[in-house]
Design a protein around this ligand. Structure first.
Ligand SMILES: [Zn+2]
Ligand SMILES: [Zn+2]
Length: 435
């Protein structure tokens, strides 16, 4: 049971079991075996040449060239700066399904010892940094290129259209730039032809290779950050009564913010998190400073609770500051919405994934407090986002470096399952919904 289902277009159309559920399985499996070596080659190339958000120029060119070589009906480049949208029309009439892969890397200095390790350095937000595919988006892009090749090879038999969304800047664009899924949607990537359902996946080191994790309804959190500037009055630390101490006031604010989740949120509805990660103020032991800056993050699994928390953060900060004779200016930046899997589409997808991965390898997982801008596609059309494990089966997942770590490691063996899953979901969905 999902407490808060998203806006539902029509549940019933996702409940039709595919009329030919096994028709494509053998063909997909054979094609996935054939393309596997190339998927690995592409992935290693992207891994060694990672690019940050809105700078995925080389990656996007390789993707676009590949789709054109496969004879796609249209290949649109520079979508939301560096995105690529490819359209593959099947030989039979039917609806439109979209598959999404993100392409960007992270400002991280790689510490793995793979032969194709990244040594790339760049400038990012006015800082010199390393660049690494520490979230596995290199594998996502390579997998979706593999899916494109498989589906192009059987296009005559496809009842409908498959749209390929190669997305930039999932890890956020550089400061001052727009980007990512929200911008792609704004530029019409789900229109013309209009997309009826969207699928996407993410690799994760918390599961072993071969495992698929999913969840109906809210799966990943909304992510917003806040900055609070607490202004007091500077004075000598030996004579605090002559000023207003923003360090003491800010400490009270930090404690006040702890009461939002513990005292104000209905914890039986959804969990949430409010964390202060930065507390900056002062220059010397015997001076009370003028100002303290606090920074933090807010995570929720429900859009109403998200708005409520924003109000609480602002009110608590302002009124505690006021009570101490100081002022607080609160800035909250909304980043990503809650990633909500459409319940009907999720229920529909599980048998396909079970067939491909084996039922024992497909499991319901806990919510994740990380965020994903796949949520912006899901706000427009029913969407299903799932995880595939990428830690080698003989390693302990509890010790595996997490996504975003400089030692994050993707077992390339997992990519074949990802390719088969996305291809299988797209074809099953088209077959089941061709009307
Ligand atoms: Zn990431
Ligand atoms: Zn990611």
């Amino acid at each position: 049971m999902i407490a808060h289902p998203p806006k539902v277009v029509s549940d019933t159309r996702f409940m039709n079991a595919p009329d030919t559920p096994f028709a494509f399985d053998a063909a997909i499996a054979a094609a996935a075996r054939q393309v596997e070596a190339r998927v690995i080659t592409w992935r290693r190339d992207f891994h060694q040449n990672p690019e940050l958000g809105n700078r995925e120029v080389r990656t996007a060119r390789i993707v676009a060239d590949h789709l054109r070589a496969l004879g796609f009906d249209s290949v649109q480049e520079k979508v939301a700066h560096t995105g690529v949208v490819g359209v593959l029309k099947g030989g039979l009439p039917g609806p439109v399904v979209a598959l999404r892969a993100d392409m960007d890397a992270l400002p991280v200095v790689e510490e793995t010892d793979v032969a194709f390790k990244s040594t790339v350095k760049t400038e990012w937000n006015n800082m010199h940094c390393g660049v690494m595919h520490a979230c596995g988006h290199d594998s996502h892009t390579a997998m979706l290129m593999g899916v494109a090749e498989i589906l192009a090879g059987m296009r005559d038999r496809i009842p409908g259209t498959v749209k390929f969304l190669f997305q930039p800047a999932e890890e956020t664009p550089p400061i001052g730039e727009d980007g990512g899924a929200r911008m792609m949607v704004g530029e019409g990537c789900l229109k013309n032809p209009d997309v009826d359902a969207v699928f996407g996946l993410h690799v994760t080191s918390i599961f072993p290779t071969g495992m698929i994790g999913y969840r109906s309804g809210p799966l990943m959190a909304s992510a917003d950050d806040f900055r609070i500037f607490v202004r007091g009055t500077q004075t000598h630390a030996a004579m605090p009564w002559r000023g207003v101490d923003p360090i003491v006031v800010s400490s009270q604010i930090v404690l006040g913010l702890q009461t939002i989740v513990s005292r104000r949120m209905n914890v039986t509805k959804e969990p949430s998190v409010v964390t202060v990660g930065v507390f900056h103020g002062g220059v010397r032991h015997n001076i009370i400073p003028d100002e303290v800056k606090l920074e933090g993050t807010i995570r929720t699994f429900d859009e109403e609770q998200r708005n409520e928390i924003h109000e609480h953060v602002t009110r608590i900060s302002e009124l505690i500051a006021q009570s101490g004779g100081a002022t607080a200016k609160v800035h909250i930046h909304r980043w990503y919405d809650v990633t909500v899997n459409h319940p009907g589409l999720t229920e529909w997808s599980v048998p396909t994934l079970s067939r491909i991965a084996g039922a024992a390898n497909v499991r319901v997982i806990d919510k994740l407090c990380g965020a994903e801008d796949f949520s912006f596609f899901q706000k427009e059309v029913p969407g299903f986002f799932f995880f595939i494990g990428c830690t080698p089966a003989d390693r302990d997942v509890s010790k595996a470096a997490p996504n975003h770590s400089p030692r994050f490691y993707v077992d390339e063996e997992c990519m074949k399952l990802g390719v088969k899953s996305l291809a299988g979901l797209a074809l099953d969905w088209l077959a089941a919904n061709r009307g």
